[in-house]
Design a protein around this ligand. Structure first.
Ligand SMILES: Cc1ncc(COP(=O)(O)O)c(C=O)c1O
Length: 393
């Protein structure tokens, strides 16, 4: 079976993890600090705070942005459910806005009609690694005192206006889940240009302590820690950070390979009439974290039938991005706006296999199965040319 994704983890990551284990320090420590410094440098963002997941990062970003009970947070429904849940964790109301059909991201046109006196934040998702138009959203929100938190879960290696995605946000959270390009097993990173926000995030991820366990350990005299506010255990381990350091060094190569494979999909699948696919927006580059394809209404088979046909051909595809408002967790939730683009895309799109090790033969199998389902012959191919943008590697 061709999987939808396969993480790129090898001997270097294994050696780095082993080194962390044998060092005797496996919890949050020097490697987490090193990973944070490397990530801050790679994004040019001033400060990076490692956490146990992007979900944890979004939760802390909500707290740091001052979002609380009674506030409203505008989010896309067309996203992994963790985006909306982050608002709920702090007692705020998640207000679902529709998305742009080309980028799958919120736009000022979908968000502006939903702004109220209670709107405290917008969570702007870089869906599937396609950067959202952050500057436009900030131009709408900043003058109103509304914080734009970038959910860059999928966006490590993507670029926005020639900078790494996330770099222009006051708070952005990344995911290192194995479905992402850069993985630490589980894990996440929050970036911010603001040193005070970074200090608060560091405290919140470690039980609200005024001094980290690693810093206390390094002291030659006894240090009695204080707990300044109610915090959480959202720490990353040094074993994860050791893996992350290796992955970050490889990110440029991983993105380049993704873009090469994605461009071949675009070129060949683009010959199927009416198929729409993930693509770079005009103002940035995607890392092609998930290669989504939206079916035309006249596509000869339904989305679910297509998934079944692909499975029968030994190809593990997935439904497209979920719509949170259609899940039981949000079944009785107030809906401020109709979400026609979200509902259509969540029901007519799929995600095709795309990962570093995907071979030409495997990719041909996927393309051939798609043409088969469309009732068309497999096309002749020409080699693409490609280049990667941004990020280290
Ligand atoms: C847009 C988005 N936000 C948040 C998350 C949650 O990330 P994590 O699994 O690291 O908590 C994901 C994970 O897929 C995601 O795609």
């Amino acid at each position: 079976m061709i999987p939808v994704i396969r993480p790129l983890l090898g001997a270097e990551e294994a050696a780095a993890a082993a080194e962390a284990i044998t060092s005797g320090w496996v919890a949050q420590g020097p490697r987490v600090a090193e990973f944070e410094a490397a990530f801050a440098e790679a994004t040019g963002s001033g400060h990076a705070v490692a956490v146990s997941s992007c979900t944890a990062g979004l939760h802390l970003a909500m707290i740091a942005a001052g979002v609380g009970a009674g506030d409203q947070v505008i989010v896309p429904s067309l996203s992994f459910i963790a985006t909306a849940n982050a608002a709920r964790y702090v007692g705020a109301e998640a207000v679902f806005a529709d998305v742009d059909p080309a980028t799958l991201n919120l736009t000022t046109a979908t968000v502006e009609p939903l702004l109220t006196e209670r709107t405290r934040a917008v969570i702007l998702v870089d869906q599937a690694g396609v950067p959202a138009d952050l500057d436009a959203m900030r131009a709408l929100c900043d003058p109103r005192g509304i914080t734009v938190v970038e959910d860059a879960a999928c966006a490590a290696g993507a670029t926005y206006r020639d900078r790494p995605a996330g770099a222009g946000a006051s708070l952005a959270a990344f995911s290192f889940h194995p479905r992402k390009l850069l993985t630490t097993g589980e894990g996440g990173m929050i970036i911010t240009p603001d040193p005070d926000l970074a200090a608060r995030l560091r405290r919140l991820r470690e039980h609200g302590m005024n001094v980290s366990a690693a810093a206390r350990h390094a002291e030659r005299q006894s240090v009695i820690e204080r707990y300044l506010e109610v915090g959480y255990n959202y720490r990353m381990t040094d074993v994860q950070a050791a893996i992350g350091l290796v992955q970050l060094r490889r990110l440029g190569d991983i993105v380049a390979r993704r873009r090469q494979l994605a461009q071949r999909y675009q070129r060949l699948l683009g010959q199927i009439p009416g198929l729409r696919m993930i693509a770079d927006p005009g103002y940035g580059t995607t890392n092609f974290q998930s290669f989504w394809v939206a079916l035309h209404e006249k596509f000869p088979v339904t989305r679910n039938e297509l998934l079944q046909r692909l499975a029968s051909a030994g190809i593990s595809a997935r439904r497209g991005i979920m719509a949170a408002h259609l899940e039981p967790a949000y079944a009785h939730y107030r809906r401020a706006a109709d979400l026609p683009v979200t509902e259509r895309l969540s029901s007519c799109s799929i995600i095709l296999p795309l990962f570093h090790q995907l071979t030409r033969d495997e990719q041909n199998q996927v393309i051939s199965a798609m043409f088969n389902a469309a009732g068309l012959p497999f096309p002749a191919d020409r080699e693409p040319t490609t280049s990667a943008a941004g990020w280290p590697g």
